[in-house]
Unconditional design. Structure first.
Length: 223
């Protein structure tokens, strides 16, 4: 399965050339997961799957819906012609399964399990956690691509009066969550911690006792 990282910048101002575009990955050059920049549509995807309707993952939230191409656009919730994806679906030769995630107070969010042949990966947008009841779906992942917003332990998690949590988990906890399911994690969607000294930040990611990589805009890989 071919994975093409189009954008790896989180919800921060651009400050580094290889991390200047918001989130988006193209699988098999056919299906786009998150569309943080309008220019990603120049790849002519056959379908688009969005993790959540925040503008750094869905550029059109701030702009106009007419900007969207005439292809199926899936998301965790219905919104102006966007299709809610709540069960496994075949999309352009990929088997795509949504997995609900905790992230925002105002929008729904989900990760996607993407399968082709014997290969199976997970792509998440911003997230705090995935409920235990969904963990059985995460078995035997060849790769996890997830949220690099916060390196510090505990990330940035807020709690409202009803006890709902929202925000981002820290990288150490995400490593602990996903290491049970995969031998390889690629972080993307980098927050400000990453840009202070990119070389040093890459070293920090390499310091875990498992295979961890940092994505960059334009990076292509295969599982
Ligand atoms: Zn984001
Ligand atoms: Zn978000």
């Amino acid at each position: 399965m071919k994975i093409h990282f189009l954008g790896t910048r989180g919800n921060v101002e651009p400050s580094a050339p290889y991390h200047s575009k918001h989130s988006g990955i193209l699988i098999e050059e056919k299906v786009l997961f998150d569309v943080g920049e309008k220019e990603f549509l120049d790849h002519n995807p056959e379908a688009v799957c969005i993790t959540h309707l925040h503008p750094d993952h869905a550029f059109f939230v701030k702009n106009h819906k007419e900007d969207l191409p005439d292809v199926p656009v899936y998301a965790p919730e219905n919104n102006n012609g966007i299709i809610r994806l709540s069960a496994t679906r075949e999309i352009s030769g990929l088997t795509v399964t949504p997995v609900p995630t905790f992230h925002s107070k105002h929008v729904q969010s989900q990760a996607y399990i993407i399968e082709k042949g014997k290969k199976k990966i997970l792509y998440t947008g911003d997230m705090i956690w995935i409920k235990k009841t969904h963990h059985h779906k995460l078995k035997h992942l060849d790769l996890v691509i997830t949220d690099g917003s916060y390196f510090r332990k505990g990330g940035m998690i807020r709690r409202d009066k009803q006890g709902n949590i929202y925000g981002h988990q820290g990288i150490p906890q995400l490593v602990n969550l996903f290491r049970k399911f995969t031998p390889h994690i690629i972080f993307t969607h980098f927050g400000s911690w990453f840009y202070k000294d990119i070389q040093e930040s890459r070293k920090k990611l390499n310091s875990f006792d498992m295979k961890i990589s940092a994505a960059y805009d334009g990076m292509q890989t295969e599982v």
